[in-house]
Design a protein around this ligand. Structure first.
Ligand SMILES: Nc1ncnc2c1ncn2[C@@H]1O[C@H](COP(=O)(O)OP(=O)(O)OP(=O)(O)O)[C@@H](O)[C@H]1O
Length: 243
């Protein structure tokens, strides 16, 4: 089978805030079509890494930042519409604020229905629950209609059943995805590849089928990698690193 083209690539990349090193010597290649889960303890550098990757393909990507990045005083409809702003002229977008465009309206209504938000379409998002707000942010990413999805804990505020369904839907709707999660089982069940960061370093980059929950749990506890016994190189060209 031919190897898919490289979509995103970092080579020995480091990032510091002042004298605080946040990412250290990261080399990472993501190919078209890959579904990559990004794991690691809080503060490990996942958001920083995701932003770095997103900056390589902003025009063809939808980014769902941590917290959603919604505009509180606008409605669910308007927030979802913002995902597609690039496709409309400024005048059309402004007009849409006053009177929703019929074409966008039918698309956004369909997205809201898929996300169980049809009853909230005209409500301002500051009156929604955390899980509902997160679904609006997913709707905005879906309306962006791009092949690549970056999600920073995109389903952390919804209940476990919804999290499974929404994650599966997001992965189905995007050709390539990089998603940070704290739920290790979701990562194992839904992704091809799992990348784990610890203290700004890559400590695991491995096909999901070669990992289990206990190994992933240990990344949150131990200094050394629990998969150090696994082969260093796989047929897919992924390298397992130990911290
Ligand atoms: N703008 C900033 N200025 C200074 N330090 C920052 C900034 N953004 C992040 N950091 C620091 O960089 C480190 C990595 O942060 P990052 O948000 O990338 O981690 P994370 O793995 O996504 O964490 P979490 O799982 O809690 O969201 C943290 O120590 C954080 O305090």
């Amino acid at each position: 089978m031919p190897t898919a083209p490289v979509l995103l690539q970092l080579t020995h990349q480091s990032i510091s805030y002042g004298d605080h090193r946040v990412l250290a010597d990261i080399s990472l290649t993501i190919r078209q079509g890959e579904k990559v889960a990004l794991l690691g303890p809080s503060g490990a550098g996942k958001t920083t890494l995701m932003n770095l990757l997103y900056q390589q393909q902003p025009e063809t990507s939808a980014l769902q930042p941590q917290g959603g990045g919604l505009v509180d005083l606008l409605s669910v409809y308007q927030n979802i519409f913002m995902g597609g702003l690039d496709r409309f002229s400024t005048l059309t977008a402004l007009w849409n604020l006053i009177r929703p465009l019929s074409s966008a309206r039918s698309d956004i209504t369909a997205i809201a229905q898929t996300l169980g938000l049809q009853d909230k379409l005209w409500q301002s998002v500051d009156r929604l629950s955390g899980g509902q707000r997160q679904r609006v942010a997913i709707g905005r990413a879906l309306f962006r209609r791009q092949p690549v999805f970056f999600g920073d804990e995109p389903v952390s505020s919804v209940d476990p059943l919804q999290a499974e369904m929404l994650l599966a839907y997001l992965l189905e709707q995007h050709e390539t995805a990089v998603i940070s999660l704290h739920n290790r089982q979701l990562a194992l069940d839904h992704f091809d590849r799992i990348v784990v960061l610890r203290e700004g370093r890559l400590c695991c980059d491995c096909p999901a089928r070669e990992l289990n929950g206990e190994q992933l749990d240990e990344f949150y506890q131990q200094v050394s990698s629990p998969v150090s016994g696994l082969p260093g190189n796989t047929d897919d060209g992924w390298v397992i690193r130990t911290s």
